[in-house]
Write a protein that binds this ligand. Structure first.
Ligand code: TXA
Ligand code: MG
Length: 375
């Protein structure tokens, strides 16, 4: 037996797999991706099958040099170059008119294409080894939280892909911001680490997809109350964000990021939320329901002041850093860990829906089926 393969060897092998139509899961700075050759329609079909993803939900084409943008898009407006200059390589995806040579299997049948130039060095090297164009959705089974750690890619896709390049925990933890440049006004279709304010500095007239701002359903845990508000709103279902405007990114309409347990979001000041949390946790304990919480240091202190032991089966701490940023980094990983621990109910406090908080709440609301309990 020789030495374990070095990185160059791994990348060479991965490149060969991709060039011959196989699938390779790989780390990016946002989440793990499930890659195939973007110009091979059979590879794209295999990606949909491996994820169990509807084939009308287009994939993102990943490139590793700006000059390759011209080979994916038929027309590139100056706004695209301005955004690329400011944010590429990095966690930004642009929607453009697709190049006619790009297979419609890759773009979910659309005439537009999503393109991203990731900053992760391994991702860049892999794309290069594959010939420059890697179609990759997040490397999770459709509907589950995006994997931010290699072991969760393995859990979802083992046996369905040809290779996994495991690089441990990714840096950011939420998927890229998506900006649509195919309409008159540039529009944010999916919020992420590149925030609206950052984008506005480059494109002052950029707007948010109205579906992102649609009011979340506010209900209470009482099943009767939830039922009443469902009917009143008429919009609960697989698309928690929709009012009557569907989201433009096809993927944003599907049920997403959902752990096995039920996610419950409390919105309110620390005091009210901690009181309510304790009440629910004690109730769950009496009923034998396994519950978990995601807490900031401040909330943890407050709860510890009220109770000797927090009556939760699992307590995930965000640490002392800013809540929103820590939540963005850790949310998907925590949701997966709760599944590992067979947690049935997950309580979390809402963050303000501004800046990065818009992205965090977007994912959190989907995980919670749209319900937020205002206290
Ligand atoms: O950070 C990321 O973007 C990760 C890493 C792997 O790069 N990828 C990722 O891909 O999140 P995925 O497939 O999970 O999400 C892509 C989203 C979907 O909601 C899809 O509907 C949308 O992008 N999308 C792709 N092409 C589109 C298009 N032509 N028009 C509108 N939305 C599009
Ligand atoms: Mg995804």
């Amino acid at each position: 037996m020789g030495d374990p393969p070095g990185q160059d060897e791994i990348l060479k092998k991965a490149g060969e797999i991709l060039k011959s139509g196989g699938l390779v899961a790989f780390p990016t700075e946002t989440v793990y991706g499930l890659g195939g050759d973007a110009f091979n329609p059979a590879s794209s079909k295999r990606i949909y099958a491996a994820k169990g993803r509807p084939s009308d939900n287009p994939l993102i084409v990943h490139i590793c040099r700006l000059s390759d943008l011209e080979k994916t898009a038929a027309f590139i407006p100056k706004e695209a170059y301005e955004l690329a200059e400011a944010f590429w390589p990095g966690p930004l995806t642009m929607i453009l008119q697709k190049d006619p040579l790009l297979p419609s299997e890759t773009t979910g049948g659309l005439q537009t294409v999503a393109v991203r130039f990731p900053s992760h060095p391994l991702a860049q090297a892999l794309i290069d080894a594959a010939g420059g164009f890697v179609a990759a959705p997040s490397a999770n089974t459709s509907g589950r939280p995006s994997p931010t750690v290699g072991k969760y890619v393995y859990e979802d896709l083992s046996g369905r892909i040809d290779m996994l390049i495991d690089d441990g925990q990714v840096g950011l933890g939420l998927e890229s911001t998506i900006v649509d440049l195919t309409e008159e006004v540039p529009m944010i279709l999916r919020p992420g680490f590149i925030t609206e304010a950052m984008l506005r500095k480059v494109l002052p007239d950029i707007c948010l997809d109205p579906a992102l701002l649609a009011k979340a359903v506010t209900a209470d845990l009482d099943p009767q109350a939830i039922k009443a508000s469902d009917t009143a709103d008429g919009s609960l279902g697989d698309n928690p964000d929709a009012d009557h405007t569907g989201p433009k990114a096809p993927g944003m309409k599907y049920k997403h990021y959902a752990p096995q347990g039920e996610v419950i979001i409390f919105e309110g000041d620390e005091k009210k939320v901690s009181e309510r949390l304790l009440f629910e946790l004690q109730k769950d304990r009496k009923k034998g329901i396994r519950s978990g919480v995601i807490l900031s240091d401040q909330m943890l202190d407050r709860l510890k002041g009220q109770e000797e032991e927090i009556p939760a089966d699992s307590v995930k701490c965000l640490g002392s850093s800013d809540d929103t940023e820590a939540m963005a980094h850790m949310l998907f990983r925590f949701l997966r860990e709760f599944d590992d621990e067979k947690i049935e109910r997950i309580y979390v406090r809402a963050v303000a829906q501004e800046g990065l908080g818009l992205a965090v709440m977007n994912r959190l609301k989907k995980a919670a089926g749209g319900r937020i309990i205002a206290l």
